[in-house]
Design a protein around this ligand. Structure first.
Ligand code: NOJ
Length: 755
C-alpha cells in the first residue's frame, strides 16, 4: 500500500514536471512564431539536400546556402560530419534574421559509420534488447557527427521479396515488427531528446509501402481496412506509442489517395486516433510526385498535403514555392501553416537546439566514438545473431580449423558488398570480407585457398544497374570458364568447400525490385560444378531478401543465410562457421519455394477449400508446394532443442484474468546455444476469417549443453483481440488453439476457451 502510494506520488511529480516543460516549450515557440513572417514560417517547412551524398531521386536542391541565410530552410539532410554541419548551422544562426537553428537528418538505417547488418538481418536475431542497444550506438555515432534526426526505423510489413526494400524492414509479421519498431525508437531517442547522444527517430514509410503491387517499388497499394488494421499498421502504431518524434509519409497511395496528401491517414488516424504529437515529413519529392499521381498541379498538391497534416516537404520545395500564394487565395489557412511550423520548432526545441545549436557537433567525440573498436564489437555481435542456419546435413558445420578449406565465390573476398543497401555513411573499404574473417578467426595455421569462381552475375544490364553507387558487380576480365576451372582445382585439393554467393548489395534496397529472385545463373552454375566434385559444400548466402534457393542448394551440405552483414561481416561469418558462436537467428520472412508462390507467409488464412494434395478442388498449385521452402521462425543451431511438457495453468480464459503457458526446452546437443521460443494462437471461430497462426509472444533463451529451462508466457484476453469488420478492437468468446514451438510450422498445441 505504502509502495503504491509512493509510486503514485512519483508519477504525479513526473507528470507535473512534464506539464511544466510543455508549458515552457509552448510559450517559447509561441513567442518565436509571433515574430515570424509568413515566409519564415513556410521556410521552416522546407527540408532539402545539397546532394553531396546519395540522393534517392533525380532532383537535388540548389542555392542551399542562400536559402538558409534567407530563412527558407528548416532542415537539411545529406550533410554529415562536424565540419560540414557546423558550416551550415553557422549560416542559419548567424545570417538568418531569426537565427533559427537547422535540423540535420540522415538515413542512418543500420548503424551510422559502424554499419550493422541490414535491418531484415537484424530482425532475425529476435533480440529486442540488442536491437535497442544497436540503435543507441547508431544515435551516439550520428550525433557525434552532427546529426540530430535519423530516417529510421523503417517498419513496413513486407511479404513480397521481389520488393528490394524488404532489406530495410523487419519482415512479414506485425507482432514482431511492432516489438522491433518500439525497441528502435527507444534506442535512438533514449530518455531525453535533449541528451547529446540521442536524436529524433522517424518511423517510415507511413503507410503500407511494403504492399506495393507485384513487389515493384513505388507501385500502387490497394488493401482492405481489415488487413491494414490487423496486419500492416501495428508497427507504425507501436512506434507512435513508443514516443517516436517524427513520421515519414510513403510514396504509395492508400484507398486512391497518395499517403503524402492523405488526410484520413495523417490527421484522422495518426493524430486524432493515435494521438501522435510530433511532425510528419514527406518522403523524397513525394509531394511533387502527387502531380504524377494525377492529383493536380504543384500548388494544388502542396496545399492538399499541408491540409492533410504533412508538415515538412522533403526536396520538392512545393511548399516554399506555392504556399504563400495558396494562402493569399485562401486555399489554406494560417492555422495550417502554424500547425506545421509549430511542430518543426517544437522538434528543434526538444533537441535543445535553441539553447545550443551546436549541441550535436563535437569533433572530439566524433574522433573517439565513431567507428570505435567497441562499436565494431557490437556490429560483430549483432551480425552473429542475425545469421540463420537454414540447413546443416551430417553436421558439416561447424568447420574444423584443421580442415583444408576452399573458399570460393564472388562474394567471398569482396569488400564492396559487405555493408548492404542504405549504408549512406559506411565505408566499404573498412569492412571485413569473408576471406579475412576466416584468417582472423582460423589463425595462422589455417589451410585456406581462395578463388572467385564466377561473377555475381554475367548479365551486363543487371551489373550496370547494381553499380550506380560504386562498383558492386565486377564482371571479371577472365572468362566464366577460366574462373570456374580455377575454383574446381582448389575445391578438389581441399577437405571442404565454402561457397559464398548471393546478391550484390544494390540488387536490393530502394528502386531494386527483381522479378526473378533466384541466385543468379552464373553462381548456380558454379555451385552445381562444386557439388559435382563430391566435396562437402557449405553455401553461405548473402542477400537483401529471401531468395528462391530452389535449384541452387540441393547439393549443399549446409546453408547459412547471412544477409548483408555489415562492417564486421567476415569476422562474424567466420565466428559462426568455425563454431566459436552457435547460430541462433530465425527467419522473419518466409523463403518462397518459387517466385510464382509469392506472397507466401506463415499467417495465411485457411480458405474455404483448404490445402489438400489429394483433392483437385482445393487451394493449391499444380506445379509447386503451397508452403514456404523455409518458413517464418525457422533457423537451426549446432545443438538441438527439444520441447516438452507444455502446460496451461487453465483452459478457460476470462477478461482480466490470465493463462500461464509453460513449456520445457532442453538443449539435447553437445554445444551451448540460444533458442527463440515462439507462441502462436489460432482463433477457431471468428467473425472475420482469421489467419491460421498469429505470433503472440517470443523469448530468446540461452541454454548450456544438457540444460533445461521452463519458459513461461502469459496469455490474456487483450492478446486475442483483433479489428473486426467495424474496425473495433475486440476479442470474441470461443475456442482458441495455443501453440508453442521453435518455428511457425512445428508446434505443440493445446485448446482453450475464451469466456
Ligand atoms: C527516399 C526513401 O524512400 C526514404 O526511405 C529515405 O529516407 C529518403 N529517400 C531520404 O533519403
Amino acid at each position: 500500500m505504502k509502495k503504491t502510494m509512493l509510486c503514485l506520488f512519483a508519477l504525479g511529480v513526473f507528470f507535473t514536471q512534464l506539464q511544466a516543460q510543455d508549458q515552457k516549450m509552448n510559450a517559447f515557440v509561441q513567442a518565436l512564431m509571433s515574430r515570424m513572417t509568413l515566409e519564415e514560417k513556410i521556410g521552416q517547412l522546407n527540408l532539402i539536400t545539397p546532394g553531396s551524398d546519395i540522393p534517392t531521386g533525380s532532383v537535388v536542391s540548389s542555392n542551399v546556402e542562400k536559402k538558409i541565410a534567407e530563412g527558407n530552410v528548416g532542415g537539411l539532410f545529406g550533410v554529415i560530419g562536424p565540419d560540414k554541419v557546423k558550416q551550415a548551422q553557422d549560416i542559419a544562426v548567424k545570417q538568418s534574421r531569426l537565427k533559427i537553428p537547422l535540423l540535420f537528418g540522415s538515413d542512418v538505417i543500420h548503424g551510422h559509420k559502424t554499419t550493422f547488418p541490414i535491418p531484415l538481418g537484424i530482425s532475425c536475431s529476435w533480440d529486442t534488447a540488442l536491437i535497442r542497444y544497436g540503435a543507441s550506438i547508431a544515435a551516439k555515432e550520428a550525433t557525434a557527427d552532427g546529426l540530430n534526426w535519423v530516417f529510421s526505423p523503417m517498419v513496413d510489413i513486407a511479404r513480397d521479396p521481389r520488393w528490394g526494400r524488404v532489406a530495410e524492414g523487419s519482415g512479414e509479421d506485425p507482432f514482431l515488427g511492432a516489438q522491433i519498431a518500439a525497441a528502435m525508437v527507444k534506442g535512438y531517442q533514449g530518455n531525453s531528446l535533449a541528451d547529446k547522444n540521442t536524436l529524433l527517430a522517424c518511423v517510415k514509410h507511413f503507410a503500407l509501402y511494403g504492399a506495393a503491387e507485384g513487389g515493384r517499388d513505388y507501385n500502387s497499394v490497394d488493401m482492405s481496412k481489415i488487413k491494414m488494421y490487423n496486419e500492416y499498421l501495428p508497427p507504425y502504431k507501436a512506434a507512435v506509442d513508443a514516443g517516436v518524434a517524427s513520421v515519414m509519409s510513403s510514396f504509395n497511395d492508400i484507398d486512391g489517395v497518395p499517403a503524402t496528401g492523405n488526410k484520413w491517414l495523417l490527421t484522422d488516424l495518426l493524430r486524432t486516433k493515435w494521438g501522435f504529437k510530433g511532425m510528419v515529413a514527406s518522403d523524397y519529392t513525394s509531394i511533387g510526385e502527387m502531380v504524377n499521381h494525377r492529383q493536380g498541379d504543384i500548388s494544388q498538391v502542396s496545399a492538399q498535403s499541408l491540409k492533410a497534416g504533412l508538415d515538412m516537404d522533403m526536396v520538392t520545395e512545393g511548399y516554399l514555392g506555392t504556399l504563400k500564394k495558396s494562402f493569399q487565395e485562401k486555399k489554406i489557412g494560417m492555422a495550417d501553416i502554424d500547425r506545421a511550423c509549430r511542430l518543426v520548432l517544437e522538434a528543434k526545441y526538444k533537441l535543445g537546439l535553441f539553447e545550443d545549436p551546436y549541441r550535436y557537433i563535437d569533433a572530439e567525440r566524433a574522433a573517439k566514438e565513431v567507428l570505435s573498436e567497441s562499436n565494431r564489437a557490437v556490429a560483430r555481435k549483432i551480425a552473429q545473431e542475425s545469421f540463420v542456419l537454414l540447413q546443416n546435413d551430417y553436421k558439416t558445420l561447424p568447420l574444423k580449423k584443421s580442415s583444408s578449406i576452399a573458399l570460393i565465390g564472388p562474394l567471398a573476398n569482396d569488400k564492396n558488398n559487405m555493408l548492404g543497401t542504405w549504408a549512406v555513411s559506411g565505408d566499404p573499404q573498412k569492412s571485413i570480407p569473408v576471406l579475412d574473417g576466416m584468417k582472423n578467426v582460423g589463425g595462422a595455421s589455417l589451410k585456406i585457398q581462395y578463388a572467385k569462381g564466377a561473377n555475381i552475375t554475367d548479365d551486363p544490364n543487371l551489373a550496370r544497374q547494381s553499380n550506380v553507387f560504386g562498383l558492386r558487380v565486377e564482371i571479371d576480365k577472365r572468362s566464366p570458364d577460366e574462373m570456374l576451372q580455377e575454383a574446381l582445382a582448389i575445391a578438389r585439393q581441399s577437405d571442404v568447400v565454402v561457397a559464398v554467393v548471393g546478391e550484390a548489395t544494390e540488387m536490393t534496397g530502394e528502386a531494386a525490385s527483381r522479378s526473378d529472385i533466384t541466385i543468379p545463373a552464373s553462381e548456380v552454375k558454379l555451385l552445381k560444378a562444386l557439388y559435382a566434385t563430391g566435396k562437402p559444400v557449405v553455401v553461405v548466402v548473402m542477400s537483401g531478401r529471401p531468395l528462391v534457393l530452389t535449384g541452387a542448394i540441393e547439393g549443399a551440405a549446409a546453408v547459412l543465410q547471412t544477409w548483408h552483414a555489415g562492417i564486421e561481416a567476415g569476422n562474424a561469418i567466420a565466428d559462426v562457421l568455425f563454431g566459436a558462436v552457435n547460430p541462433s537467428g530465425k527467419l522473419t520472412m518466409s523463403f518462397p519455394y518459387s517466385v510464382g508462390q509469392i506472397p507466401v507467409y506463415y499467417s495465411q488464412k485457411r480458405t474455404g477449400r483448404p490445402i489438400d494434395a489429394n483433392n483437385k478442388f482445393s487451394t493449391k498449385y499444380l506445379d509447386a508446394p503451397n508452403e514456404a521452402l523455409f518458413p517464418f521462425g525457422h533457423g537451426l543451431s549446432y545443438t538441438t532443442f527439444t520441447y516438452s511438457d507444455l502446460k496451461l495453468s487453465n483452459t478457460e480464459l476470462t477478461k482480466g484474468k490470465k493463462i500461464e503457458v509453460e513449456v520445457t526446452i532442453t538443449n539435447t546437443g553437445a554445444m551451448d546455444g540460444a533458442e527463440v521460443v515462439q507462441l502462436y494462437t489460432l482463433d477457431k471461430i471468428r467473425s472475420i476469417t482469421p489467419p491460421e497462426k498469429e505470433l503472440k509472444g517470443f523469448q530468446k533463451i540461452y541454454l548450456k549443453a544438457g540444460e533445461s529451462k521452463r519458459v513461461l508466457f502469459t496469455l490474456t484476453e487483450e492478446m486475442l483481440r483483433f479489428y473486426n469488420a467495424s474496425l473495433q478492437y475486440v476479442s470474441e468468446p470461443g475456442e482458441f488453439t495455443v501453440m508453442v514451438g521453435g518455428n511457425s510450422k512445428d508446434v505443440f498445441s493445446r485448446d482453450i476457451v475464451l469466456k
